[in-house]
Ligand binder design. Structure first.
Ligand SMILES: [Zn+2]
Length: 413
């Protein structure tokens, strides 16, 4: 074995086990593994699980808060305008340095699977993409990072973006993104969605979009998107993020849409950071800015959660890249209060995100990729309650972080 993790506490198993790892894979899981390995770690009875998944972050925008004018109104459109000014001044190295730092934060917290949106529009062209591609290359031994070509400014509201998205997919973006709500007309939001599917077909890619990120019950792209996925044969290859308008629909219409989302095997990503900007036009009581998380889960929809923003023009003050912190926030917002709820929450940060990214060899079982995290807690519930250090993070069978610090694997970073 290359690595043995001893006395690891796995979810759903009362007694600690040893995990034998070789060639980047989990080879054996037994109560007591005989023999030795090149390296051994004593997990000392702490929680050991597949590494976390961050399915929705904006690496290109992260850590720009100091450059953005503050948004005292809290209106979403004012944040977009503030970031529009910031991104005009991006350089490739500037983006690369910030994205690299945030990937390090993520890995330090036990995340080794990442999906990041990257703005692609006529303001930044492909500069943000080039920067995040460079960061991905610098961190290739630490984490698997996938990039979503993201038309933040809309496609029909920003002519030329469709061509740039195609170039981004050629250049190294993995997933086709979308932002239908940026369009001026409902009809354009549908054409936007159509165009995203055209690109997905042309490049044979999955789709992940910001969908109905609004409190407006008139934002109804989710319905169209689910039907489109079914008709285009893209079921299981689509994800919808935020879908906060779903919470504003009346219950009958929401149930109809959720049924179609389930049928299209669409994943949903909920972003509790949106508590900061949800319901900002409401008088009291205010809406929460998240979707119908429990109803989606009850319908069998694959729901994950994500960080979204780390200190940029949208939320300048917070963001650490720790899925336990984000999940803690979500637990309160979505009213996850039972032990079973908290187990579901942990699934959302791990296996549900991996399912969204269609990583078939993800998990903690013999034959799976050895991408693991050891959390200094005895249980999932205590992990969320105390958000303790990650004792070790293992990626591709090698220790890449200890107690939050990056440890470059053998052969350099
Ligand atoms: Zn986002």
């Amino acid at each position: 074995m290359d690595l043995i993790v001893r006395h690891a506490r796995l979810r759903g198993r009362p007694d600690p086990v040893d995990i034998g790892i070789a060639e980047g894979r989990v080879q054996r899981i037994e109560p007591r593994l005989s023999g030795t390995a090149t390296r051994e770690i004593d997990a000392a009875g702490h929680l050991t699980t597949p590494a976390f998944v961050e399915p929705h972050i904006h690496l290109d925008k992260a850590l720009t808060a100091e450059r953005a004018r503050e948004n005292a109104t809290n209106f979403f459109e004012d944040s977009i305008a503030a970031m529009r000014e910031v991104k005009r001044h991006y350089t490739v190295e500037d983006v690369a340095a910030r994205a690299t730092e945030v990937i390090h934060w993520l890995v330090g917290h036990g995340v080794t699977l990442v999906r990041s949106y990257v703005d692609v529009d006529t303001i930044v062209g492909l500069t943000a993409l080039e920067g995040v591609l460079a960061a991905r290359e610098r961190c290739r031994r630490l984490a698997h990072v996938e990039l979503i070509a993201f038309p933040q400014e809309g496609i029909f509201t920003d002519p030329g973006t469709d061509e740039l998205m195609a170039r981004a997919l050629d250049r190294g973006a993995d997933v086709v993104g979308g932002m239908p709500f940026a369009e001026w007309l409902d009809e354009d939001a549908r054409r936007h969605t159509d165009l995203v599917f055209d690109l997905a077909r042309r490049f044979d890619r999955d789709i992940q979009m910001h969908v109905d990120e609004s409190d407006d019950p008139g934002a109804m792209t989710l319905h169209y998107y689910a039907v489109k996925a079914l008709r285009e044969g893209w079921a299981g290859r689509v994800a919808a993020d935020h879908v906060t308008a779903l919470a504003a629909y009346d219950n009958a219409y929401a149930a109809r849409v959720i049924g179609l989302v389930a049928r299209a095997r669409m994943s949903v990503v909920t972003l509790p950071g949106k508590l900061m900007r949800g319901g900002v036009r409401d008088r009291e009581p205010r809406r929460r800015g998240i979707t119908r998380v429990k109803e989606l889960l009850a319908a069998g929809v694959n729901v994950a959660y994500g960080q979204d923003v780390i200190k940029d023009g949208f939320i300048p003050v917070f963001g650490t890249g720790d899925p336990l912190q984000v999940g803690f926030l979500l637990a309160y917002a979505a009213q996850f209060s039972t032990r079973a709820d908290i187990e579901t929450l942990y699934d959302m940060a791990t296996i549900n995100g991996a399912r969204l990214m269609r990583r078939a060899d993800y998990g903690l079982a013999e034959g799976c990729r050895a991408d693991l995290v050891i959390v200094a807690a005895p249980s999932v519930q205590e992990a969320y309650r105390t958000q303790p250090p990650r004792l070790a993070v293992i990626y591709d069978g090698q220790v890449v972080a200890e107690n939050g610090r990056i440890v470059p694997p053998d052969g350099g970073p």
